[in-house]
Design a protein around this ligand. Sequence first.
Ligand code: NAD
Ligand code: UDP
Length: 321
Amino acid sequence: MPRERILITGAAGFLGSHLCDRFIKEDFHVIGMDNLITGDLRNIEHLFQLENFEFYNHDVSKFVHVPGKLDYILHFASPASPIDYLRIPIQTLKVGSLGTHNLLGLARAKKSRILVASTSEVYGDPAVSPQSEGYWGNVNPVGPRGVYDEAKRFQEAITMAYHTFHGLDTRIVRIFNTYGPRMRLNDGRVLPAFIGQALRGEDLTVFGDGSQTRSFCYVDDEIEGIYRLLMSNYTQPMNIGNPDEITIKQFGEEIIKLTGTKQKLIYKDLPADDPKQRQPDITKAKEILGWSPKVNRAEGLKITYEYFKSLPEQEIKHKDF
Ligand code: NAD
Ligand code: UDP
């Protein structure tokens, strides 16, 4: 039996590279695609010598061509950290809209099943908590985060339209804050920011008073949930995340304890439209996929800290934001 073939966009990024590993492990032929705008080839360099892995350096906001059959497409290309999408707002809008359109067209031509990476950001600054899939959200379309949030909302809308009008086999995952090895130390997200500061002997910068909450999911759990959703028959959007909610101030204190740093928390201005609370309702994932997260924060943070500590010293010292 020839191997099943899967295209993974955003393959050199944090989640995309873990997905490549997972589908290689499942004995797929994996085609990675990435334009390296926020990714790093080092995340997938261990796959380059494999005969069932190939890589295309390509911007998916431009026409996408892949030779041969494709059984599955995972569209994960997009800047994902607030400082990234503030730096490259137009590319962010384009990859969520034009990029998604190109990949839906490719899926139609190849008769592939396609799963798109959506986000808890479609709920914006939520007026209800926890957020279930039935909540429509509270997004400021013209605020700084609008370029990401609205691109992802459009992505969901066009994916559902292709499903309804073209009968395309689609899946939509709403990913909540995920962490683990291969995050970029300087990507500005709170976990690499805090661990990077601790490793450099700097104070940890809490934005606002730190009372805003997030719920952090370890990457292996997230990948398992995405895998199960892809292999299920469920075509409505589904939350995949860890409901263990924590304030950013408490999270900073946990990182101080974990790293043993002598530094303290310092407080900076809260960025515009920063969501005050975020916690996934994962009832659907539990019932439909039989999925729930297995790795608790203490375990996941320990593994992630070991990864960051193992990076070359000049990388830890270097801050380009
Ligand atoms: P990442 O920045 O590590 O990876 C994104 C990858 O996409 C990068 O390698 C980047 O170079 C590539 N890319 C961006 N624009 C591209 C384009 N036009 N053409 C080709 N490649 C392009 O981010 P991540 O955390 O791995 O996020 C991956 C996906 O998951 C994104 O779609 C993001 O919106 C979604 N997501 C992630 C999280 C999270 O907590 N990590 C939460 C919600 C949603
Ligand atoms: N944050 C912080 N200090 C930092 C970076 C982020 O206090 O150095 C806060 C940020 O304001 C937000 C939360 O941590 O309230 C999570 O931010 P992140 O960028 O990781 O992701 P978001 O969930 O906002 O997309």
